[in-house]
Design a protein around this ligand. Structure first.
Ligand code: MG
Length: 334
């Protein structure tokens, strides 16, 4: 086997078969994938969630993760935000000719480990190779299917005045970890991406029996953009308190240096939940019992609105309007 990826690895011929059998099937094997038919075949009843995302993060290896882990977390997290338990994923690679095989193997084992943690099976996939210079190392697309338990109805359109807003932990870790690796910034402590599969924590939150109205993972555009989307969707005013929003010192420091507002920096292992006041404490407790929600906080409340908006009460006691992200703060962070 050559040490780097050749155009022939994406040709569907002998080399492509060897690549798939020796590297991909060996790592990700399950009965559905092993059949090697043109599509995965499965039976279903009830409500399903279906989503897709492409991953073009640069660099492909970063503190706290890599493009493979991200491609499983991102898609399974979107399923979880609809209240679905992720079941199946597709996995497609677009690889630049000359990509080191050892890097592909590293990424595959991280996909395997993350899929195992998220409880999903990779049941179909594809590999394409493009000429050197026509892609930047490696791009991944994953699509996912999840099952929604009967009676679950979680949507950004379900938010009502009086709902408490719970944030699962510190913000901006992913964006700043990527940025620091890219720009060679060094922090006194090791800042890591928060990249993580959230479906386990979401399952625990749903299991409390609380009437969870809405969930979302504040990825690109950060918490500020996510909350703006949700205020639009439900036509409400969202009020958050600055002093309740956890931000790591390293993230604050980097943001000050780079001129960023952590509210707009991407997360890959955080969620915001909207729950009725009477259910807030038990949802918060369930989140804090899970490692990915240990620093969960109620950060604000939903109010009636003429015009949907997001308002932040600052540590100095003032109120300011929090707008959606304009432009692209950090390109290729996911
Ligand atoms: Mg999302």
């Amino acid at each position: 086997m050559p040490e780097t990826i050749l155009l022939a690895h994406g040709s569907g011929g002998k080399l492509a078969h060897r690549l798939i059998e020796e590297n991909i099937l060996s790592d990700l094997s399950n009965p559905m994938l092993a059949r090697m038919d043109d599509s995965a075949v499965m039976e279903f009843s009830g409500q399903l969630a279906f989503t897709t995302d492409s991953y073009v993060v640069s660099p492909i290896f970063f503190p706290g993760g890599d493009i493979g882990k991200l491609s499983v977390c991102g898609t399974t997290n979107d399923l979880a935000m609809s209240g679905a338990r992720p079941l199946y994923l597709s996995l497609s690679f677009i690889i630049e000719e000359g990509f080191p095989l050892s890097d592909l193997k590293r990424i595959l084992s991280s996909i395997r480990d993350t899929a195992r943690e998220a409880g999903v099976q990779i049941v179909t996939g594809d590999t394409k190779v493009v000429n050197r210079g026509n892609a930047d190392k490696l791009y991944i697309n994953t699509a996912g299917i999840g099952r929604i338990k009967q009676g679950t109805n979680i949507s950004g359109a379900n938010i009502v005045p009086g709902d408490k807003i719970i944030l699962s932990g510190s913000i901006g870790d992913h964006g700043i970890a990527i940025m620091s690796k890219r720009e060679g910034l060094h922090f006194s402590t090791d800042l890591q991406s928060d990249c993580a599969p959230l479906c386990g924590m979401v399952a625990n939150m749903i299991a409390t029996g609380a009437d969870i109205h809405a969930l979302r993972d504040p990825t690109r555009g950060g918490v500020a953009t996510t909350l703006n989307e949700m205020s639009e969707q439900s036509q409400v005013r969202i009020v958050i308190e600055e002093e309740r929003i956890p931000v790591r010192d390293e993230v604050l420091g980097a943001c000050e240096m780079l001129g960023f507002d952590p509210l707009y920096v991407a997360n890959e292992g955080k969620l915001v939940a909207f729950v009725p006041s009477r259910d807030a404490q038990r949802v918060l407790d369930a989140m804090r019992r899970h490692p990915y929600g240990a620093r969960a906080q109620v950060i604000g409340e939903v109010e009636q609105a003429e015009t949907p908006c997001v308002v932040m009460k600052t540590v100095l006691g003032a109120s300011r309007l929090v707008d959606m992200l304009v432009g692209d703060l950090l390109p290729r962070i996911c």
